[in-house]
Design a protein around this ligand. Sequence first.
Ligand code: ATP
Length: 428
Amino acid sequence: MEKIVSLSKRRGFIFQSAEIYGGFRSTYDYGPLGILMLRNVRNAWWRAMVQTRRDVVGLEASILSTPKIWEASGHLANFTDPLVDCRNCKERWREDQIGGVCPKCGSTDLTEARAFNMMFKTFVGPVEDDASVAYLRPETAQGMFVNFKAVQQALRLKPPFGIAQIGKSFRNEITPGNFVFRTREFEQMEMEFFVPPLEAQGWFEYWYKERYAWYLGLGIPESMIRLRHHEAEELSHYSAGTVDVEFDFPWGWGELEGIANRTDFDLNAHATGSGEKLDYFDQATGERYTPYVIEPAAGATRAMMAFLIAAYDEDVVADEKRLLLRLHPRLAPYSVAILPLSKKPELSEVADRVFRIVAECYSTDYDDTQAIGRRYRRQDEIGTPLCVTVDFETLTDQAVTIRDRDTTEQVRVPISELMPSLSAKLGF
Ligand code: ATP
């Protein structure tokens, strides 16, 4: 874990926010490499969940919204964690996480638990009174429910269909921590899949298998990931079935994503709250029904951390220890790095031309400082799958060398064939 945190800082993935002021309560800033990778996580999700499917469309709902949404959804009443204080050291904890013992001082003298609402409250407009209260969304899902009818009608969709959204959510967590695993501001990737009630169980099973396969397909080894079915007592009141995708974090198994059969709870709740009909009329059968919802709800920032942990590796190349991120090519911040052997103008000129060709299609780094071995190591450390070396021979043979991160193998290809070669090696 410390290695991931230190690499993240050293190489510009994730910084503690406001570090020059001593940091600010478990908030983090994503640096140049971090935003490239986070964007890749989002894109990989969007590609799997929206782009390559004919039955899912996208949405971007507002973060601020009327409290009526949170009243209808049950968040105002129920989105709480049980808060306890340690009478000895005054630290505050989530009761369900500590098993009756203060993790800081070991005391068992704790207060009674009280329900602490995790939504961030703010005021809209210049007057800070009850009428102007608003909340930052604690999940993106409600945006899909309240827009269900608008989206369904605008695109003339027929269940089964899904609405997907990626965006920031905010929770006033009592005990954030473990780096970006639990923060108060984080990013979610959620999809609400609306289905005829009788098809709900089948789609539920379909989606948790799909979601599990998504992580495997992006390089998480089978030994580090599992599906965990919730027991009946653990289920949320609205859920007819929940499965978590869990990852083996350095401190133990933790949730990456939850897939739930939310029944017709959400649409009914908003139909009651708003007075609008949120159902579907099937003209073919003459049947009117409220769709059930299958929800795969993932965290983008949490997933990014899991991908980093799974990719971290140390091996030995040419008798030298090397640190590398074996990131899937779709997730690596840079797909390719262009490395001219020297800074001589005649090489820079060709290397720059190669950079411009490659950067048109791929996220590309350019590095002409220090010895070539050092530069390979630097790229290995940030997970760049392919390095392209421009050397003095390039000037005569118009060819470059492609070096593979994982095998360190090198092949020479003509510049005219570079793009198809890169594409074949990257797989996209
Ligand atoms: P937990 O039990 O860890 O608090 P949850 O079950 O409340 O999570 P959901 O409401 O199902 O989480 O949210 C879906 C996903 O959003 C989670 O699986 C996780 O990846 C992400 N997520 C939730 N809370 C946070 C947080 N505070 N920081 C980072 N990611 C989060």
